[in-house]
Design a binder for this molecule. Structure first.
Ligand code: DOR
Ligand code: ZN
Length: 366
């Protein structure tokens, strides 16, 4: 009999469901991989940059976007968090009213032009000490941060001694914490030793999500053969960074690090002069996370190993966001499985393992 691992259903605390016809496919893939909830990122077209009101040509509201997600299958989730995209339109009043109405639980910082659909972002330098972040701090609204310094180029952007992420965690985040000591913060999809250390050394209300690809791979995997399905932002990094992430997630009893896949479907991955950033892990993230834990040395058949995995995947995230973990379960089986390219009316969506030509060593029990 193969090993099985039965876990509480989990909440993907960082994912992209996008907009339009394909949303229902992406939500279905999340439900199929044991998700009891999701935090659906607001870098849609148009962005989710208002709290209430109908969708317009330039903005979605949390209220309207939630309705669309719920009618595309998200009503099957126990939890659905839909953060506000912080833009030049965001006001402190919006934050207070949003929090009071219950619609606003989190808001997302995007570095301007730093990643997919991030052109509405406002530099972190301008948010530090602002009334918007103060209102978030006072109303218990979580700040989700894409932690990369915008506008860096060449070796300042990515080199052995510095990346846009390490720069941001060394130079910007200490100032955010100093100006907003009570602000709840999730450092999203962290990839570096610098970010892992920052989160570990920060107070308990600062946590982090980590993706499967950043636990599994390094930049060598990306550049050997230019495996563009592994191209996401922040980029996969170096061995010492991956080792720091692996140590953070497997540390017994840790409460700060939790699952957030950054699953980011692209139907046009190759563009005319480059590549869209994002790895699609809908349908296969728990299997990839299990593989990553094993590569990190965790024995998922032992009590200690499975406890660490359960914390990271199923319980830390809900606890951080202030709700109970799911009482329902799903089961992983230590048996090889494969992913398939999903054909959609908008084009094919290639899950990361198919893009890399690898099989999973775990499967979902059907
Ligand atoms: O790789 C990424 N893809 N990183 C992001 O920050 C955004 C995401 C997307 O929306 O495609
Ligand atoms: Zn993302």
């Amino acid at each position: 009999m193969p090993t099985t691992l039965t876990l509480p259903k989990w909440v993907d605390l960082h994912t992209h469901f996008r907009q339009g016809e394909n949303v229902r496919h992406y939500i279905a893939d999340h439900l199929a991989m044991g998700c009891s909830g999701a935090l659906a990122m607001p870098n849609t077209k148009p962005p989710v940059s208002r709290v209430k009101g109908p969708k317009t040509e330039t903005a979605w509201s949390i209220e309207a976007y939630r309705d669309d997600l719920l009618s595309a299958g998200a009503d099957a989730f126990e939890q659905l968090i839909t953060p506000l995209y912080l833009t030049r339109e965001t006001t402190p009043t919006m934050i207070v009213e949003g929090a009071t109405s219950g619609l606003l639980q989190a808001a997302k910082y995007y570095p301007p032009h730093g990643t997919t659909n991030s052109e509405h972002g406002v530099p972190m330098e301008e948010w530090i000490g602002s009334d918007v972040l103060r209102a978030m701090e006072d109303n218990n609204v979580t700040l989700c941060i894409h932690g990369e310094q915008h506008a860096l180029t060449g070796p300042d952007y990515f080199d052995l001694s510095q990346t846009a992420e390490s720069y941001f965690y060394f130079n910007r985040m200490p100032k955010v914490l100093a100006a907003h000591p009570n602000l709840r913060i999730v450092c999203e999809h962290i990839t570096t030793e610098a970010a892992a250390r920052f989160v570990s050394e920060s107070p308990p209300h600062v946590g982090a999500t980590i993706t499967p690809q950043h636990l599994l791979y390094t930049v060598g995997h990306l550049v050997q053969g230019l495996r563009y399905h592994l191209y996401c932002l922040p980029l996969v990094k170096f061995q010492r960074d991956r080792a720091a992430l692996r140590a953070a997630v497997t540390e017994p009893g840790q409460e700060k690090f939790f699952a957030g896949t950054d699953s980011a479907p692209h139907t046009d991955k190759m563009t005319e002069c480059g590549c869209a950033a994002g790895c699609y892990t809908g349908g296969c993230a728990p299997q990839l996370y299990a593989m990553a834990f094993e590569e990190a040395g965790a024995n998922l058949e032992s009590d200690g190993g499975s406890a660490a995995f359960t914390r990271f995947l199923s319980t830390n995230g809900p606890t951080f966001y202030g709700f109970d973990p799911s009482e329902e379960t799903f089961t992983l089986v230590k048996e090889p499985s494969q992913t398939e390219i999903r054909e959609t009316a908008e084009g094919p969506v290639t899950p990361l393992p198919s893009g890399l030509g690898i099989d999973l060593t775990w499967s979902l029990q059907s």
